[in-house]
Design a protein around this ligand. Structure first.
Ligand SMILES: [Zn+2]
Length: 81
């Protein structure tokens, strides 16, 4: 399974694809869906590479990352909170 994370450099929002398309929400309209990345200006999108085999990656780490992500994109996902 491909797990892609990108960051929109225009608004700084980090996008993590986890089964559903996500959008950063700014005019650059960066989005990631499966292994497809779209944006108004792809120069303003950067990959975030993550080592899936990293050891000691605990559920607390995941929860923390999740919380950070949700806070960053809460404008888009406010219905989840
Ligand atoms: Zn953006």
């Amino acid at each position: 399974m491909t797990n892609i994370s990108i960051q929109c450099l225009q608004c700084g929002v980090e996008l993590n694809y986890d089964g559903k398309p996500v959008f950063c929400g700014c005019p650059n309209a960066a989005s990631v869906r499966s292994d497809v990345i779209t944006a108004m200006d792809l120069d303003l999108v950067t990959y975030i590479t993550k080592k899936e085999s990293k050891q000691g990656f605990t559920r607390q780490d995941l929860a923390f990352q999740e919380e950070r992500r949700n806070r960053k994109v809460r404008k888009l996902n406010f219905e989840e909170r």
